[in-house]
Ligand binder design. Sequence first.
Ligand SMILES: [Zn+2]
Length: 185
Amino acid sequence: MATIWRIVIMLALGGTAAIPGCRRQPPPPEPQLSAAQPRAASLPMEGCDVRTNEEWKQALTPEQYYVTREKGTERPFTGEYVHHKEAGTYHCVCCGEPLFTSEAKFDSGTGWPSFFQPISGERVKELPDDSLGMRRTEVVCGKCDAHLGHVFEDGPAPTGLRYCLNSASLTFQRASEGETPSAQP
Ligand SMILES: [Zn+2]
């Protein structure tokens, strides 16, 4: 019995003595990516205009709200910019971002204001749209995601594109004297 106890005590002492030498630092905590991600994602990206539907409703007319925030389409030949020919810049009606210039506007005969290119590719986002049983490409404001219209590949040179937009999504700013809006990408 005594021998057994001695072994037990030695093991116990040896065990405790061994612990400090063998003790390893606890591993550094894993970066909490999953926890941090939603917080980061909930912050608006720089330059973005993120408002609630209620805030947009306050800021827009019912038709502007219907078209831009509910992806509506105004009736053809009813919008104020269909036959608009002044020199200037067309801005997003929601956030004011300059999107298209009069130099890229052309008469498509469709009843909606039409452009062959935006001021730059980043000003608008193009998204696949399979609604209404058609495959189309939706065009939205790059800054606030306002629905603008659709882009089709039957436009004139130099791009061959037709950005078919709703007047209700746009607001026009006349070019000031001596200034010509740049449509160069
Ligand atoms: Zn916008």
